[in-house]
Design a protein around this ligand. Sequence first.
Ligand SMILES: [Fe+2]
Length: 392
Amino acid sequence: MRYERLGEIPRKRHVQVRRNGAGSPLLTEEVMGYEGFSGNETILYHLHSPCRLDAVGGFQSIEREEWVPDAHVHRLADTGPVDPGGDPLSGRRLLMWNADLEVWLCKPTEPFTGFYRNGEGDEVIYVHRGGGVLRSVFGRVPFREKDYLVIPRGTTHSFELDAGEQTWLCFHTPGEIETPNRYRNRYGLLLEHAPYSQRDFHPPGDLETLDESGEYPVTVRVRGGHQEYLLDRHPFDVVGWDGYVWPYTFNADDFEPRAGRFHLPPPAHQTFQGQNFVICTFAPRMLDWDPEAVPLPYHHSNIQSEEVMFYAEGDYAARKGVEVGSITLHPSGLPHGPQPGAVEKALGSKSTDELAIMWDTFRPLQLSTLWRDHDKPEYALSWNPDRSWASV
Ligand SMILES: [Fe+2]
């Protein structure tokens, strides 16, 4: 990300700084950075030491309930019937994972009363339904439907939820969430051909500097589990920060889709890059305009990736049985493409109103029992016109 600053920061780094002049306590400077001191970093100025604890609570490992299917096939699941519940952390239910990426479904109904910090990975929350405010040490980040809310590791935060339905896809990766290298020049500037610009990325707006005492529970994800702490000072005690690491939103409606005379494959829709995975946005767009163009994906054997697609909005012409809230998994080792009839039907189409979020991992994914409970095994046979969808 680019350089940002908020609040009051001293003229130089690593100097004596007091909020209210001589006689007032020194502020505590915290450098939060990736790759030791060689990656992106932000410097924050706290009223109190961010190490300060009142009590150390318990540690609980994250339990993953794996479903090992009987067969390796294309899969479809519907997230619509998954019951809402829990808060923005306890309400997360694992859908799939590998060593590079975890994907959790969350439909929170309860307020988040404590604070959370991911100490071992970056997070992206795709807000399918709902909205609210991410409150963080960096300030407040309002989020709304179709936002990608990107939260760097190390960000102590909480949530305020709007009233009404909330449905989120929560991604966790031990790697970094970045914009693709090819969209940026050597200075980090997003180039003219990128499907978004710096203006589309929204940093924290208002800094909350709370000099308060009380009981503040903080949950830190680390070593594959959650460690609980209790603080006696409010963790949002930052008076200013500057740097390249901060939470932000990017709205899917701000993705400027690309189209061609003939069909363009998913890299045209790439939004983020991670360690051995990508996240793409299939936004409403004009379709391939050559009179002989086939305006749907060609069959492909993506022999080194697993393709997962979440259908967020519109009518997805290439997929039978798919509705808003459905997820398809097209795993490695198998070709896939539009189902019979879909191509003929799509010929001559000028535009599509689909909005879909895709994540492709280069390494195989494991599925959870949540997927098992919402799996539609008939999808595997849906390319055979001799098998009616209803009877399989
Ligand atoms: Fe595909």
